[in-house]
Design a binder for this molecule. Structure first.
Ligand SMILES: Cc1cc2nc3c(=O)[nH]c(=O)nc-3n(C[C@H](O)[C@H](O)[C@H](O)COP(=O)(O)O)c2cc1C
Length: 329
C-alpha cells in the first residue's frame, strides 16, 4: 500500500465513528473476496522494457470523450456525508483538482456535479425515481451512467448492517428484476452512454456490449456483494479478451498503489478505480485529503511506468506476463 494511503487510513480510523469505519471497511460473507481483491494484484508479474526514453511520463487519457490527467477514477461509494460534513462536495472538489473522474453514487448524501463526472445508477423498484435520477444527472452535466449490475439485493455485511442503508424505503430499493434491457432504457431516458459495473466474466462483458453498453467496469463491489466471487485482477484478462478493444474497460477492487494500478493497466484496463482509499482520504482531510490521495497514486503510477519503460498509457499495454498467476495460464 502507498504510505500516504496507509497514513490516511489510520487517521480515518481515529476520526470516524466506529460504526461508520466498520461499515466502510467491511465486506460480505467471510470477507474472502475483500481480502483476495487486494492480494491478487500482487500476483501479477510485469515484463518491463529497457532503454526507452522515460524522462517524461504521461498519465493522461481520454475516456468516453472526457480528457483526464490520470487513469485513477473515483469509484462510486454511498453517503460521503457520514465521513465529512462537506460530503461529496469535498470529494468532487478534490478529484477535480487531481484531474480525475468522479463516479457519484445513487446513494450520495447530496447530488453534486464534478468535472468531469459519471452517475452511478441502481435501478430502483420505483422506476420513475430512476428516470428522475438519470435525467437530473444529465442536466447536471454527467458524461455517462454507470449501471451497477451486481446488487439485486444488498448483501449482509460481516461486521453488521448499518442503519441508513437498511432504512431505505421499499420503493427506493434496488429492483431485483433488473436485466440488461435497462442499458437501452437508461440510455434512451438520459441521452448518455451507459457502462455496466460489476462484471466478472467475459461472456457477461460481451452480453453487455451486445445490449448497447458503452463500457464495462470489472468489479466485485469491494468484496461487499457475493463473497467468494473471483478477484477483479483474475477476472480482468478474460473480460479484456471478450471486449477486444470495442469499448473501454475499467476495473476496481483492492487498488492501493501506483504499482497495483500499473498491473491493472498492463492487464488491459483503460482506467482503474478506487473506493475505500478515497473515503479514508475524505475523512482524514476533506477535499485536500482526496486530492493528495489521487495525486500520490498518480505520481506512484508514473514512477512505476518509468521503471517499466512506459512513457505513456499506450506503452503499458502488453507489459503483463500472461504466465503470471493473475495473468492467465
Ligand atoms: C462504503 C462503500 C459504499 C459503496 N457504495 C457503492 C454504491 O453506492 N454503488 C456502487 O456501484 N458501488 C458502491 N461501492 C463499491 C465501489 O464502487 C467499488 O466497487 C469498491 O469500493 C472498490 O473496491 P475498493 O474499495 O477496494 O477500492 C461501495 C463501496 C464501499 C466501500
Amino acid at each position: 500500500m502507498h504510505p500516504l494511503l496507509a497514513d490516511q487510513e489510520a487517521r480515518a480510523r481515529e476520526v470516524l465513528p466506529a460504526e461508520v469505519h466498520a461499515h466502510w471497511a467491511g465486506g460480505s460473507g467471510e470477507e474472502t473476496s475483500l481480502a483476495e481483491a487486494t492480494a491478487a494484484w500482487r500476483d501479477v508479474r510485469l515484463r518491463p522494457r529497457v532503454l526507452r526514453d522515460v524522462s517524461r511520463v504521461d498519465t493522461a487519457l481520454t475516456l468516453l470523450g472526457a480528457r483526464l490527467r490520470t487513469p485513477v477514477v473515483l469509484a462510486p461509494t454511498a453517503l460521503h456525508g457520514l465521513g465529512h460534513p462537506d460530503g461529496e462536495r469535498a470529494t468532487a472538489a478534490g478529484a477535480a483538482r487531481a484531474g480525475a473522474l468522479t463516479a457519484l453514487s445513487t446513494r450520495a448524501s447530496e447530488p453534486v456535479a464534478a468535472d468531469p463526472w459519471w452517475q452511478q445508477v441502481y435501478v430502483l423498484r420505483d422506476r420513475a425515481r430512476t428516470v428522475d435520477l438519470v435525467q437530473a444527472a444529465a442536466a447536471r452535466g454527467a458524461r455517462a451512467l454507470v449501471l451497477t449490475g451486481d446488487t439485486p439485493y444488498v448483501a449482509r455485511k460481516a461486521r453488521g448492517d448499518f442503519g441508513p442503508q437498511v432504512d431505505v424505503p421499499d420503493a427506493a430499493r434496488q429492483d431485483p428484476a433488473t436485466t440488461l434491457d435497462e442499458v437501452g432504457r437508461l440510455a434512451g431516458a438520459s441521452g448518455l452512454p451507459v457502462l455496466v459495473k460489476g462484471v466478472l466474466r467475459g461472456d457477461d462483458a460481451a452480453a453487455c456490449l451486445d445490449a448497447g453498453a458503452a463500457g464495462v467496469w470489472v468489479s466485485g463491489h469491494g468484496g461487499r456483494q457475493l463473497d467468494r466471487s473471483v478477484a477483479p485482477a483474475r477476472a480482468l484478462p478474460e473480460v479484456v479478451d471478450a471486449v477486444a478493444g470495442r469499448a473501454p474497460v475499467l476495473v476496481d477492487g483492492g487498488v492501493r498503489s501506483g504499482l497495483d494500478a500499473l498491473c491493472a493497466l498492463a492487464l488491459g484496463a483503460d482506467a482503474v478505480a478506487v473506493g475505500r482509499p478515497v473515503l479514508w482520504a475524505l475523512a482524514a482531510g476533506g477535499a485536500d485529503g482526496v486530492a493528495a490521495c489521487l495525486d500520490a497514486l498518480t505520481a506512484d503510477l508514473a514512477a512505476a511506468m518509468a521503471l517499466a519503460g512506459a512513457a505513456s498509457l499506450a506503452d503499458v499495454r502488453g507489459l503483463a506476463d500472461p504466465r503470471g498467476p493473475a495473468g492467465g495460464a
